[in-house]
Ligand binder design. Structure first.
Ligand SMILES: [Zn+2]
Length: 277
């Protein structure tokens, strides 16, 4: 068996979407079997927060991990980049409570990982990956996320918005590192113009801007061009990959979602983990 870590360290700096606070991140090689984990290097004793479902502390508009009073927010795009590029073990040092949004996608993380390359880590431990033998469904109203037994790992996602520039979009993608970098990682965060004021009044999206998120209004996109005609739904796949990475090894399955949220994604991740008990 082989696991992988980054072959050299990666550094990025930027503003967090919700906090508006600038943070510095370093991704460092980590020992075989250690998994992906965050280290709050700005706090006394540098507390560690594992990137695991059990550490999820909040799922409103982004995924937050925490342990006690210590947390790290908006982890999903970096985690998607790591799992999408095949990085099993990584020490992620951060000097604040929210990951930088960068350009709103996972492209910069993915390119940084590709630039340093991966280090193979031989191990005798086989991965503890639950097997999906029967469909798992999580739904709320008409929104759902599911894992279906399948011969390969595929993600299919649908969204539906009243705004004509988004409308009803579906995308289906077969998991592979090469296609992740090209097809999913570049898809950016998107927001709806009519919700921005409410979110800002609620103390959210303080770091959001037309540079790091696509914004859609009744007359179309405020900041075109899009990177893909269906960039929003591809971004939802990116979020789902990042959230499911909290299982550890994403099991082989067809993951299917419609109008889902971080909350539903995490509920599915928990149900998958429960299979292994
Ligand atoms: Zn996202």
């Amino acid at each position: 068996m082989q696991q992988h870590t980054v072959a050299a360290s990666i550094a990025q700096t930027g503003v967090g979407l919700h906090s508006g606070v600038n943070t510095h991140v370093r991704i460092l090689p980590a020992e075989v079997g250690s998994g992906r984990y965050f280290v709050r290097v700005d706090l006394p004793d540098a507390p560690i927060i594992p990137a695991q479902v059990a550490a999820v502390s909040q799922t409103v508009l982004s995924t937050q991990l925490g342990k006690g009073e210590v947390s790290v927010r908006t982890v999903e795009h970096l985690l998607a980049a790591l799992v999408g590029m095949g990085v099993d073990n990584a020490r992620i040092e951060i000097d604040g409570a929210e990951l930088p949004l960068l350009d709103g996608s996972a492209r910069i993380w993915t390119e940084s990982i590709a630039a340093v390359g991966l280090l193979s880590q031989p191990t005798n431990d086989s991965p503890l990956s639950p097997v999906i033998k029967e469909p798992i469904w999580i739904y709320e109203g008409d929104t759902f996320v599911a894992a279906i037994p399948a011969p390969e790992t595929r993600f299919s996602y649908g969204i539906d918005f009243d705004l004509p520039a988004i409308g009803n979009q579906w995308h289906s993608w077969l998991l592979s590192a090469a296609s992740f970098a090209a097809e999913i990682a570049p898809a950016r965060t998107f927001g709806l113009l009519h919700q921005l004021e409410y979110l800002q009044k609620s103390g959210l999206i303080k770091g959001g801007s037309l540079e790091n998120a696509l914004v859609c209004g009744p007359d179309g996109w405020l900041n075109p061009p899009l990177r893909f005609a269906n960039e929003p739904v591809r971004h939802k796949i990116l979020d789902l990959v990042g959230d499911l990475s909290l299982v550890g090894n994403i099991p082989q399955a067809h993951f299917l979602a419609y109008k889902a949220s971080h909350n539903l994604h995490i509920q599915l991740a928990q149900r998958i983990l429960d299979l292994g008990r």
